[in-house]
Ligand binder design. Structure first.
Ligand SMILES: *Cc1c(COP(=O)(O)O)cnc(C)c1O
Length: 352
């Protein structure tokens, strides 16, 4: 530590779900897709491996931003892309969320938000979810607030707000930026993107990691008024001119263009989510209504941490958060039907 800066000393980094190399492991801990990426995306990435890799990629990723703009009915000036949505979020904190007044986010949400706030020395205030672990938008209207960030559907609960509620949140807080992290929206949430046209304070964040089965590629993006996007570009161009390589840009474009494969994948995962939720309820779990590709559930007869450990001993990995209000819950990623069978065999063995 002798050579560390004061910043490095006071950091408290985020810990991602583990990626162990265990043979036969049922890995339901990081919300990756159990399905492969679009075959067209894979082919486009193979095709991108050629002599052109000696050249830098387009620093502004214009071709990808055009495809995303058309997909969402917006202009290219409304799209910002980055090397994962975590990177996009990491730029959003200094670009839009750092003000004299505190940044607001839910007491139970993506646990990376307080980490970025700490990195950038941003004052924060948490806003409690209600007893059913739902975001109450009216509670965000505070006398002093510099900005708001929420995830919708929320993580790790999977509970979603409708577009009406988001519209109220952005309208009631028109004087400050409101960021909506839609990492899981494709699995059944209502996107806030149509609100962008009328709300210059709204920024929506998306990722290719979950619904597009491209967590390994690292592509994320933000959508919003041109002036919000410009703020993000300014930060990005002080950090990394070329966040997306040629292969990532090619793969992401082809993924967006393969809408049929995308929709079929979502259908498979949502059907398996409903199957898993029903089976968990049959085993006595209380299960929050999920609009995501994971389920948040607790069992009245078992502590969350102990259950996660017992599952791990049976080669089933789920995520447990040792945090207030949620330490008796498990977050279980929706996998294949075969993975569900192994999960339920293990759970029945543990709970018998
Ligand atoms: C997974 C996740 C992200 C990060 O996604 P990447 O694009 O893989 O960095 C962001 N926000 C939430 C809420 C997530 O769950």
């Amino acid at each position: 530590m002798q050579y560390w800066s004061a910043v490095a000393r006071r950091l408290s980094p985020y810990t991602p779900g583990e990626q162990p190399r265990i043979e036969g492991l049922v890995k339901l801990n990081t919300n990756e897709s159990p399905l492969p990426p679009s075959p067209r995306a894979l082919a486009a990435m193979h095709d991108a491996v050629d002599d052109s890799l000696r050249l830098y990629p387009d620093p502004e990723s214009v071709a990808l931003r055009k495809v995303l703009a058309a997909y969402h009915g917006l202009g290219v000036e409304n799209i910002f892309v980055g090397n994962s949505s975590d990177e996009v979020l990491a730029h959003i904190f200094p670009a839009l969320l750092k003000h004299d007044e505190p940044l607001l986010f839910p007491d139970v949400t993506y646990s990376f938000y307080p980490v970025w706030a700490n990195l950038h020395d941003i004052r924060t205030e948490t806003v409690a979810l209600d007893d059913d672990l739902r975001v109450v938008t009216g509670d965000y209207r505070r006398n002093s607030a510099g900005a708001i960030i929420i995830a919708n559907p929320n993580a790790p609960t999977g509970v979603a707000l409708g577009r009406d509620a988001i519209a109220r949140l952005v309208a009631e807080n028109a004087d400050i930026p409101v960021v909506v992290d839609e990492a899981y929206v494709d699995f059944g949430g209502e996107t806030a993107v149509p609100l962008i046209a009328d709300h210059p304070n709204l920024l929506v964040v998306r990722t290719f990691s979950k619904s597009r089965a491209l967590a390994g590629l690292r592509v994320g993006y933000a959508l919003g008024a041109a002036s919000l996007i410009e703020a993000l570009s300014r930060v990005k161009n002080c950090f990394n001119s070329y966040p997306l390589g040629r292969i990532a840009q090619a793969g992401a474009i082809a993924s967006v263009e393969d809408e049929a494969y995308f929709q079929a994948s979502l259908k498979t995962i949502v059907a398996e989510r409903e199957n898993m939720s029903a089976q968990l309820r049959d085993l006595g779990f209380s299960v929050l209504p999920s609009s995501a590709n994971f389920i948040f559930a607790r069992h009245p007869g078992a502590r969350g941490g102990e259950l996660a450990q017992a599952l791990r001993n049976r080669a089933v990995l789920v995520r447990h958060f040792n945090l207030p209000r949620i330490d008796d819950y498990l977050r279980i990623t929706v996998g294949t039907a075969e993975q569900s069978e192994k999960l339920f065999a293990a759970l029945k063995d543990i709970l018998k």
